[in-house]
Ligand binder design. Sequence first.
Ligand SMILES: Cc1cc2nc3c(=O)[nH]c(=O)nc-3n(C[C@H](O)[C@H](O)[C@H](O)COP(=O)(O)OP(=O)(O)OC[C@H]3O[C@@H](n4cnc5c(N)ncnc54)[C@H](O)[C@@H]3O)c2cc1C
Length: 379
Amino acid sequence: MTEKTTFDYIIIGGGLAGMQLALAFCEDAFFAKKQIAIIEPEPKKDNDKTWCFWEKGTGKWDKLITHEWKNASFHGPKKSVELNLGEYSYKMLRSVDFYNFVKKELAKHANITWVVDSVEGVTDQTVLGKKETYTAEFIFDSRTTQNFKDDDSSTTVLQPFKGWVIETEDDQFNPSSFTFMDYRLGHNRNTCFTYVLPISKRKALVEFTFFVPELIDNKIYDEKLKEFIQGILNIESYSIHEVEEGIIPMSSFPFWCENRNGYHKIGTGGGWVKASTGYSFKNVERKVAELIHTLKNNTLPKAGFWQNRFRFYDEVLLNILSTKNEKGPEVFERMYLKNEAHKIFKFLDEETTFAEELKIMWNTNRPLFVKSVIDLLKR
Ligand SMILES: Cc1cc2nc3c(=O)[nH]c(=O)nc-3n(C[C@H](O)[C@H](O)[C@H](O)COP(=O)(O)OP(=O)(O)OC[C@H]3O[C@@H](n4cnc5c(N)ncnc54)[C@H](O)[C@@H]3O)c2cc1C
């Protein structure tokens, strides 16, 4: 039984978003007197995810990263291109290194309590756990709720994937360059691609990923990974060291609609996953910084304050992937062949001007994008 059950802040879920938020509270003297609990059922001791993200120059997590790349290639169904990453690096961080680091940091702060429990419900300022009931002035909740699972009015595309960390006996990889997307191996006219992240000359994470409206039979992933490694990478002999799999929801669902005074959704459950890409690691860092700023200056975040034009762009692409999934490979091929990758990264980070955004969309697949915009405006 946990001794303390009343807190100023409760964070439900000690995953990526919960841990980053707790760490941000610890790093800011403003919150030093706040009593904060993280409620998490899992020990968070395993490497359950490999996070990759792009960023310019040095970053907050550099001491934890496994590998970084400054070069990348893209293979469309017809053409290939070396990507110009500009000032960006692409970085890989193993979740276990992140969990160990954050847990160690949190343990240094007496105002943080790590509670092992599973939350079954939240009513007003009360959190009902399996073991205990807790109360807080403010609750941050990273669970994805039933409302999202039941919703059929938003556009949702799933990003299911499976990856193998493979090792070879001979030098097979170039660890200074990674494959961002490779569309040469398709499956039933779906949008699917392979991602290759070489960590050394003999070790790489190879991942087969779909962007699809419905889940794909589980056995396909192993078949595709084998086919890609043998047929495209031309590697006959290798061993599989780790397996990673998951499903990332990419959705236009208004996750913030559940926010209210004293209760705020965070992480995937708060819509912090970029809807058109499934990337979330850097978004979490940005959203946590906004949340900290708002709490310090405004006391309570307002529902919906992150809505902007980028949500519309995300929905335009989601609508194409959801209604014309077979067009995805062609759309991405044009996008990465006709635009420099660093400009696309800036766009996906939502840091571009309106003129830059129009240029990227203009260069990509005008008729398809215009049709998708009209479809959405008619809804
Ligand atoms: C395998 C995988 C690989 C990914 N790779 C990348 C990547 O390379 N780059 C990128 O940007 N994004 C990536 N993502 C997407 C995203 O970054 C991750 O899903 C990220 O972990 C989302 O953070 P989160 O805090 O919302 O969820 P999580 O990290 O999953 O944390 C949620 C936490 O809530 C806990 N929880 C669940 N139910 C309860 C409950 N009832 N009570 C209390 N706690 C509960 C869970 O145990 C978990 O620890 C990946 C996702 C997956 C699944």
